[in-house]
Design a protein. Structure first.
Length: 176
């Protein structure tokens, strides 16, 4: 009798695992945390930047990890300017914005959130050298209450450069 119960448990466990692998029903995901596939329109693939959202749900608090690969950083960066679309109704906490260079946080001299012009300006204390992997971390973000796709454009100013913003790439964020 004991042998039959143990064998039955093994078979039931195997069936449950197989059903999970095939249907994926018990699998929980917390967010649309990674960039998806853009079929029509949007920025060219070379201009799309990688990102990660901790949750990605509409109307909830979140953390955005906006990444810039080292190959895109061809000049030093003295300022970041991130603009977002008019239909994005989320809220940012400018005191909870961080810049990481190769995984290490760098001191910031100022962060400005211009709500009227839908622009976030980030000024590191010292210019970020070329050739480094960068991550902009926005904590305490209140996601918009509407689901959708939102284009966040990244522009930079290099030190000693003519103070014109140069396009670096676009994060195509999906809030579900």
């Amino acid at each position: 009798m004991l042998f039959k119960k143990a064998t039955a448990r093994k078979y039931l466990s195997a069936i449950a695992i197989t059903a999970t692998l095939i249907t994926g029903l018990p699998t929980l995901t917390t967010a649309q945390g990674l960039p998806g596939l853009t079929l029509f329109g949007g920025p060219q693939r070379d201009n799309q930047l990688n990102y990660r959202l901790d949750y990605g749900d509409a109307g909830t608090w979140d953390r955005y990890r906006l990444r810039i690969p080292a190959k895109k950083v061809q000049t030093a960066i003295a300022q970041f300017a991130i603009d977002y679309p008019e239909h994005y109704e989320g809220k940012f906490d400018k005191d909870e914005i961080e810049v990481k260079v190769d995984g290490k946080s760098v001191p910031l001299s100022e962060v400005i959130w211009d709500q009227e012009n839908r622009l976030i300006e980030i000024y590191p204390e010292a210019p970020i050298p070329a050739g480094n992997k960068i991550e902009l971390v926005f904590s305490n973000v209140l996601n918009p209450s509407r689901r959708g796709m939102y284009y966040f454009n990244c522009r930079i100013i290099s030190p000693g450069d003519v103070p014109l913003l140069r396009y670096l790439g676009t994060w195509v964020l999906t809030i579900s």
